[in-house]
Structures are given as C-alpha cells and as structure tokens.
Design a protein around this ligand. Sequence first.
Ligand code: DQA
Length: 148
Amino acid sequence: ARILVLHGPNLNLLGTREPEIYGRTTLADIHAAMDARARAEGVLVESFQSNHEGQLIDRVQAAAAEGVGFIVINPAGYTHTSVALRDALAAVNIPYVEIHLSNIHAREPFRQHSYFSDRAAGVICGLGAQGYMAALEFALSRLRETQH
Ligand code: DQA
C-alpha cells in the first residue's frame, strides 16, 4: 500500500516561513515522522513538494499508475486558485484528505474558499504539523479497510 503526500508552493520553506503562522517544524521533520509511522504499518509514504502547478498535476496523474491508494494534500496557495489541480485529483479518483497548517477560516477572506474541499474525504486545518499525523492515521485506517 502507498500513500502520497503532496505539498504545494512555498512549503519547502516551512520552519522559517512566517513561523508565527506555520510553525517551526520543517517539511523534512514532517516527512520523517510520517514515514516512521507508516513504516510501522508496512505502508510506504512518499512526499513530493513543488512550487509549480504543472509538476503537482503530473505527480497526481502518475499516482494512479503507481497504485497510490490515498493522497494527503496541502495545495498551499493553489488551494484558492487551482481548478487544474482539482481536476487532476478528480481524474485519478484517488481519495484524499486536504490539509492546511493554519486555520484558513481565521485568516484573510480569500483563503476561505478552497477548490478541493467539496471532493475531499475530509479537511484538516489549524492543527499545524500535527494535522499531518492526523491525516496519516485516517489514511492508514482507510487503506486497512479497503484491503479487507
Ligand atoms: C496553507 C494555507 C494557504 O492559504 C497558504 O497559501 C499556504 C499554506 C496552510 O498550510 O496553512 O501556502 O495551505
């Protein structure tokens, strides 16, 4: 079983980027924690970050062929703009959880609309880096269910 974790633009800067909003945990820290947890369950977690919309779309399209069973995605700024990334997820029809470190509903009005939420299995926001572990637990339980 495989889980793909997708990180949109500027999330490569986690740890130093507006730490009062996004925290001090780095992307490498998040990946290491998820990797260790999933390994214990015999599940492979792959992380991919890009600042480029097309690369994220290509990665989603490739996931179908690779047998990815679940996607955890923080589309970052593309959350509020990208019909194309939304369409890619719909095309591959792999279930996903949408996640944001910050509580997007407590911020600027333009962050309160997401192109991803209505198709998501669920949405996590405002839990900081811990939200990724919550999303992973959910993904692991979904994969367990579908394997039985
Ligand atoms: C974010 C929230 C988005 O509005 C913002 O553009 C990001 C990060 C978050 O994780 O809180 O880049 O997705």
